[in-house]
Design a protein around this ligand. Structure first.
Ligand code: PLP
Length: 445
């Protein structure tokens, strides 16, 4: 090879490796699939079960001309699959959280400990019940740090709301142990982690009550919908009454006001048979959906294990991960910005309107200080309830502004999130790994 050939070769090489954001050739141009895990798997099974409900003209679970018992079947199969005693279909994960807090009789004078990386629904459930949210820091699992939890427990603490964020549990066994020692109730928010487990124990089996969501972005979906589980019979009866009109039902599905333990105020969050039918078909596919995402994600993670300066979220039990997100930790916020912008330019992006590759600073209401109603202590009522309630005077000094949780703020500032679709091909996975390597060599090099 002549020197000029070598120089040309060199130029081509340099050019091929120039980042797309600097004018080089992108790794790919076709969009990655949408990040909607269950939606990609919707097929004949959902159609068939939903059709049965429509044909029977019986979309209400408690009575009708020819009920198909879809919600009943969903609840029964859920208990059989995950080992719960009781399950209850509801209309959303947000409603489920409110019901859970009320079922535990939490209200003014109580505080609920929750992580700073969460979803806005977690906070609204506490505030709407009249209680006070108390922030707990996260660790590199992106879930509650058990050490900070111990530090934050105070005389008004009544419960911990542990959120299994971004598809995988954190140190849930230690968190459950702290709750037991301190006599606190434990609610598990499994909205982002249906089908996840730790050491073979499914999420939802560590606490007193657990909730799931079947909204479109979750591991399985009925568009809208959710589920609650618990072990205790009396607690289950409260869940049933609260999710409905505040009362039990007779075996024929009519309201029964006779049980004094269940004369409550309901939230009207029953699950319809249409949602139940769709959720039933989806839950039967849950292992396939989460298996696809977990396998894709860990193939990608392993392919990127040796890149200096690129760290991943800690996952105590990778076998129990459901895989919808790959969380990355960069050296600082500047490199996180450049890393994500360069990856998107390489074609690591979804169709318009989807969210495939983001800095954690673009992840909105998942971070406590991005929730204006929390930071500003807003109220739905004119009198400022619950912040102004005399029983909540203990919380007057609580701040929810940026700076309240140092580890959370740090991971927010230099974190990045890549959604892992449930239908990634081997070529998609290879493109993601190639793009990350290419970008890391320049941005982190
Ligand atoms: C989606 C979600 C919810 C709320 O569920 P919806 O069904 O959308 O009301 C609650 N908690 C977490 C962690 C979520 O991701």
């Amino acid at each position: 090879m002549t020197v000029s050939d070598a120089a040309n070769e060199n130029t081509r090489h340099v050019h091929a490796n120039r980042l797309a954001i600097d004018g080089g050739t992108p790794v790919r141009t076709a969009p990655l699939p949408w990040e909607l895990p269950g939606a990609h798997f919707v097929g004949e099974e959902e159609f068939e079960l939903v059709s049965r409900v429509v044909k029977a003209r019986s979309p209400f679970r408690f009575y009708g001309p020819d009920p198909q018992h879809m919600v009943d079947t969903l609840e029964r199969e859920w208990c059989e699959t995950f080992g719960h005693k009781h399950a209850l279909g509801v209309s959303s994960g947000t409603a489920a959280l409110s019901i859970a807090v009320s079922a535990l009789e939490i209200g003014p004078g109580d505080e609920v400990l929750l992580p700073g990386y969460l979803w806005v629904s977690c906070v609204s459930a506490v505030v709407r019940a009249g209680a006070i949210p108390k922030l707990v820091d996260i660790d590199e699992t992106f879930c509650i740090d058990p050490e900070d939890l111990k530090r934050k427990i105070g005389p008004n603490s009544r419960a911990v709301l542990c959120v299994h964020m971004s598809g995988a549990p954190g140190r849930i066994r230690e968190i459950a142990e702290v709750c037991r020692e301190k006599g606190l109730a434990l609610i598990e928010d499994c909205a982002q982690a249906a089908g996840a487990s730790v050491g073979g124990t499914p999420v939802g089996r560590f606490g007193d009550i657990a909730i799931y969501s079947f909204q479109l972005n979750k591991n399985m979906t009925s568009g809208e919908g959710g589920l609650m589980v618990c072990q205790d019979e009396a607690l289950y009866r409260r869940l049933v009454a609260l999710h409905d009109l505040g009362y039990a039902r007779t075996p024929l599905g009519r309201l029964d006001t006779s049980d004094e333990a269940c004369q409550l105020w309901g939230v009207g969050a029953r699950m319809s048979e249409l949602a139940g039918a769709m959720a039933l078909a989806q839950m039967r596919k849950l292992p396939a959906i989460t298996g696809a995402m977990r396998d894709s994600k860990w193939r990608i993670r392993r392919a990127l294990a040796d890149i200096p300066g690129l760290k991943f979220r800690a996952i105590p039990d990778p076998e129990g991960d459901t895989g919808p997100f790959l969380l990355m930790i960069l050296p600082d916020s500047g490199s996180a910005d450049r890393f994500v912008a360069a990856l998107r330019a390489e074609g690591i992006a979804g169709p318009d309107g989807s969210l495939a590759c983001l800095t954690m600073r673009e992840w909105g209401l998942h971070w406590y200080f991005n929730i204006p109603s929390l930071v500003q202590k807003r109220s739905n009522a004119r009198d400022g309830f619950p912040w102004t309630h005399p029983s909540n005077a203990f919380a007057q000094g609580y701040s929810y502004a940026h700076g309240a949780l140092p580890q959370c703020d740090d991971l927010h500032s230099r974190g990045a999130i890549l959604t892992i679709a449930s239908t990634l091909s081997e070529a998609d996975e290879a493109d993601i790994a190639t793009a990350v390597r290419k970008v890391a060599a320049v941005v982190l090099g």
